[in-house]
Design a binder for this molecule. Sequence first.
Ligand code: THU
Length: 129
Amino acid sequence: MSDALCAAAVAARQFAHAPFSQFRVGAALEDSSGRVHTGCNVENATYGLTVCAERIAVFKAISEGARRFSRIAIAADTADLTPPCGACRQILWEFCGDIEIVLVNLQGYRESLRLAELFPRPFDASFLK
Ligand code: THU
């Protein structure tokens, strides 16, 4: 079902720039036309300027005109499947809404869940009206 998207996330992980943590993550975000936008984490010597794989995928997609999304796969080499961090949950909610999230590891273990399960009661633009 999510085979190709998971494979894209695993493949994107190979480009991770993670010299400080050695923790490599890949993401693959599918838009409503079926196009896949990939990302990997890109670390920085200041640490705080590091950007996660998920946000890179979202920002790449937005910058190329995509606006509606269906699923994102997130790949890391952890036995306990790696979920998106808090900052990424906020960005995913803002740009993708309650999308399907597929967590995958290099052994092929997978879990599928919705963003609303991971990120209940979000702050978003509806509060700014
Ligand atoms: N990281 C991601 O790219 N995505 C996640 O879901 C969790 C964390 C990155 C950020 C940093 O480069 C490294 O993993 C360790 O936190």
